[in-house]
Design a protein. Sequence first.
Length: 161
Amino acid sequence: MTPEGCIDGTLVIELADGWGAGSVAIRLLSKLGARVLKLGPPEGDRLRLIGPRAAERTTDDAENDCRANGIPAGRVQGMEEIAENAHTWARDMQLELEHLTIGPLKLLRPPFKSKRPPGVVENTAPNTGQHTQDVLSELLGFEKEMLDAISKNGVIGGPEL
């Protein structure tokens, strides 16, 4: 049996006012198959008021309101915004490396700076199996003949990776 429908036929009566964990729990129980009878205040569920109000506001409005009320706030940037941010460029946080199959790939360097030598990003992530033969030979001591045999039998990818 899948989780959906596992409590079919169960009656749940919600007495919450729509704030907090109660409404989340009710949605979960409903998804699991419970019948929900909602008894709320005459003015209705207050969470319904948030959607339309939020749709009228900009991110700047929300940030400014938070700050005006002593709530620390800042927008979360996506990767594209971070890559285009002047601060990212000023801190020398971008680099471009060649990926085996994709070609040139723009990456972000570690965002922290220190007096010690900087962290270095030398390669992109490997393709699946790209380093298998290196690991087996250099770290585990497999001989070339063994690698050739298990590669030929399809146990590992061949040198073309």
